[in-house]
Write a protein that binds this ligand. Structure first.
Ligand code: TRP
Length: 332
């Protein structure tokens, strides 16, 4: 079977280093290995209320970040989820295949809905069914996800399997394989090494944004929390030093070096020294991307034309597969 990867990124706007290292940077390698579909998942975003103007802007900004980072819109499909109506149609069908018991086990819903689950949107509850629809609509074989999405991907496999079985359509939907990205949850806040880097953190000093200037990056790394000890020689010695661990990890990711090799190189050095090196590697990689994002955001017509082209390509595959689904179910 032909390999095809599908992944979705929510249009949250203001992408940061965690998003870059966790998702986009991995997509750059993946696009060399197989055909890829990269989707700006705005239908998923509205499971929590979004201001319409911000949603529009953030969807364009996520697209701009994809392009600025080097995702190839000729070779791959880059598009917006809401522009291909097949996602919603298949999500409904799959909601009738998926079981309440399965959804009740989803830990992300429990986290996101918080204490008052009765007040969460129904969309947030069936979010994983929509994610299954995204993947199965294209019969994707591989899905790069962070460890936080692994459970949703397993659900997608269960749904695909049940669909194939219920409708006597062996192998109709391929069971998508997870490509678990190594570091999606490993980029932590610069202020608290036990918290994920997040755009919703009150303090802008907790994260490096793709659009930060050199000075901002320099200042944020300088102020990043560490401890008084120098860089150790082994990973073991970092167990109770989450902030130190995080900065070294970011350095390793940014330079494409093994964590252990960075320790070999840096052990014994003070953080004041290490932080200068770290700022430089971040600035070298992130600032050109940030600048490109800003430039692209000045040319909305161009971004919209990329999304339109992506929509057309995606829709052809989606319609072909949906036609079969409708036949299998007995709609036509
Ligand atoms: N739920 C994913 C996230 O928040 C985004 C997503 C939506 C996705 N549809 C997808 C990821 C399909 C992989 C495949 O990260």
């Amino acid at each position: 079977m032909k390999k095809l990867a599908f992944s979705g990124v929510q249009p949250t706007g203001n992408l940061h280093l965690g998003n870059y290292l966790g998702a986009i940077n991995n997509f750059l390698n993946l696009q060399k290995q197989m055909e890829c579909i990269f989707c700006v998942v705005d239908l998923h975003a509205i499971t929590i209320f979004q201001d319409p103007e911000s949603l529009k802007k953030n969807s364009l900004e996520t697209t701009a970040s994809f392009l600025a980072s080097g995702l190839d819109s000729e070779k791959n499909i880059i598009f917006k989820q809401s522009s291909v109506s097949g996602h919603s149609e298949l999500a409904w069908i799959l909601s009738c295949v998926s079981r309440i018991g399965w959804l009740n086990r989803m830990t992300q819903f429990k986290d996101k809905a918080g204490k008052d689950k009765e007040k969460a949107s129904v969309g947030l509850y069936i979010y994983p069914n929509l994610m299954a629809a995204d993947i199965l609509l294209y019969k994707a074989t591989h899905v790069p996800v962070g460890s936080d999405q692994k459970q949703h991907l397993e659900l997608s496999r269960d749904i695909a399997q049940k669909f194939n079985k219920d409708f006597n359509s062996k192998n109709f939907f391929p069971l998508p394989e997870p490509l678990i990205l190594k570091n999606i949850s490993r980029v932590m806040s610069l202020r608290d090494g036990n918290k994920k880097m997040s755009k919703s953190d009150e303090s802008d000093y907790s994260r490096i944004n793709l659009k930060d200037s050199k000075d901002e990056i320099f200042k944020k790394i300088k102020k990043a929390k560490t401890d008084t000890k120098p860089i150790p020689a082994s990973k073991k010695e970092l167990i109770n030093r989450p902030e130190a661990n995080n900065l070294i990890n970011i350095y390793a990711e940014m330079t494409d070096k093994k964590f252990e090799n960075v320790l070999d190189e840096m052990s014994g050095k003070e953080f004041s020294f290490f932080k200068k090196e770290l700022s430089e590697v971040i600035i070298d990689k992130i600032c050109p991307i940030g600048k490109k994002v800003k430039d692209l955001m000045g040319d909305k017509t161009y971004l919209e034309s990329i999304l339109k082209k992506g929509k057309e390509k995606a829709n052809i595959i989606a319609e072909e597969n949906l036609k079969k689904v409708r036949e299998i179910i007995g709609f036509v």
